[in-house]
Design a protein around this ligand. Sequence first.
Ligand code: NOJ
Length: 744
Amino acid sequence: MRKGGIPVPALAAMGASIVFALQAFGQSDVEKRVDELLARMTLEEKLGQMSQSTAMRAPISDEIKREIRQGRWGSFLNAGSPADRAEAQRIAVKESRLGIPLIFGRDVIHGYRTIVPIPLGQAASWNPDLIERAAALAAREASAEGIHWTFAPMLDITRDPRWGRVAETLGEDPYLTSVLGAAMIRGFQGASPGAPGSVAACAKHYAGYGAAEAGRDYNSTFIPEGQLRDVYLPPFHAAVEAGVASFMTAFNALNGVPASGNEFLTRRILRVEWKYDGLVVSDYESVLEMVKHGYAADPADAAAKAVRAGVDMEMVSATYFDELKRLVEQGRVPLPVIDDAVRNVLRLKFRLGLFEAPMRSATETEITAAARDLAREAAAESVVLLKNDGVLPLGGGVRRIAVIGPLADSPVDQMGSWVMDARPEEVETPLASLRKRMGADGVRYAAALRNSRDASRENFGDAVAAARASDVVLLFLGEEQILSGEARSRAFLNLPGAQENLAEEVAKAGKPVVTVILAGRPLTFQSVTEESSAVLYAWHPGTMGGPALAEILFGERSPSGKLPIAFPRTVGQIPIYYAHLNTGRPAPPGELGIPMGNPVDPQGYTSKYLDVELTPEYPFGFGLSYARFEYSNLRVSSPAFARGGSIVVSAEIANAGSREGFEAAQLYIRDRVASVARPVRELKGFQRVHLKPGEKRTVSFTLSERDLAFHNQAMQRVAEPGDFDVWIAPDSASGVHGEFTFTE
Ligand code: NOJ
């Protein structure tokens, strides 16, 4: 990070308040200060604090400056340069009546200047420590430029890869998302959101956004309460337990009630059940959008519904500021409801230490060597090896490689969505890394397609010639940045454009093909897999995707990523996820095709497809390694345990291969009979172990009542006595099995 940074005269002007220095003050001090300040505020000033704007452009307009002086805004998002933010803060603190500092929010989703893999890729690492360090790096870079608050982590569970925002999720599983989401929060917030180098985190999108019908962004979701509480809410509850500073409500209507006006979600569950006292912000115009949802008659009705539901701050639309004064004066919204919302806003500002140090820093960050190392580690650990016939790692005999495909040298696409503050020129692509390694003469490059959607085959000739002239082909396919992220839903999950044709033509050259897929979501690419000797899934790996992939290709590091979401064989299987119920007619493995028999003697009436296997192409938790892991000897510490007790489940893992590697061992259970049917498997733990060739280790997990609990028909969270299956497994479809009994 450059010392000194850009000159910010505004900071000097705020010296007086900074001199106060950050004193440690306790919770009751904060409440006292919040109440004192609240007592001095006019209703308009209160509504200003409840309003967040995106309108602060560089340079700041006179109108915005005037509004800041008037206390019109409590926060700005994704706005201005570090110097603009410092100047806006100076005006707020020095020139507004009460001197309440602004809070600057920004979408720092998977890195700031240094980009790490998209969250879905990070989740494939199954490495909370790494994820925490990556979030801490992003927080340091962002806070150095005057950002106080990030809109991350996204904790939406999704089982639908059509949804473009699957890229921003941590996958399909509530347990994995809870653990990794909490790690991200710890990374962003450090010792506290106000500590130097930290930012406030935001658990979003509350709730149910990832279940959008048909995978179409912003679409409605219908989730029964039991499933909501067992699958969609646990990561948010874990966020509360991790001390997350804020929540963001979702765009979707949940069971017909928009999440930004949903008293059940934000009042009953969040505030009453979970006792949350942080800030709740809406999503971008999601308050006003309740009119289009058909849930609010007009902007005034939307404002009333949102504030009553417990949304403290309105993002971008202005219904709070424009409408609530009148509604309060008319007695339609009680003043205490407004005061509560303002308390939540001010509390966060005090917790962030903004009154003492309104602008801790406004220097321009630079990407450091340590940041690059961390980005490389994160990119490498996110890579999932899906197939390997032995061609990988590439051996010393490989002298000439063909690097082919539209994603071999595309810095922007390699970064993925949400990278406002990164610079493409700082990205190292696979082509650049491979050239460094092999020398320019060792690499023949042919993009063959202009981008991932290009349907023209006119440049295939170069690619085939490059393949013929090489020992091995490295084919970089996938999805470019703009096909992934918000409002980027797809109805087809194949490799877009002419990429499949390219793979087919290149394979005809007769050289081994290693396909590397860079994408924001699970794709379907069976024909390419068949034509390839090996397939690596690299997601959108970020700034250091190139060197990370080169390390893996050449065997300096074994791939260790495991899928955080199932990969379907075809779009028609969606939603497909491992923790499904059994149904009353589970199909035997491999049952496929038109059943024999007739209506008198029916056969084949099982829950399956006629035209595609029931199972996914790759199950949740799956990922190969250059090492070869063997699981054996599952043991339970006793055949049964009772309430208040626990049980230890262990298994041996041996590395029977000739290379070292990390393995994410997974613990699954099944509750065989319950008052509400339970999934065929549920993840309850995981551990990463490192094994040298020939090494064997025992992994152990402790299970207690809490791990067996679910919501019964009365919506009580209970663990019911009975028999359970347990597996320690390399993925959700295999493993070593045991059983135990849980008793009263
Ligand atoms: C809309 C997105 O849904 C949300 O995730 C994001 O944080 C806000 N826009 C702010 O950019």
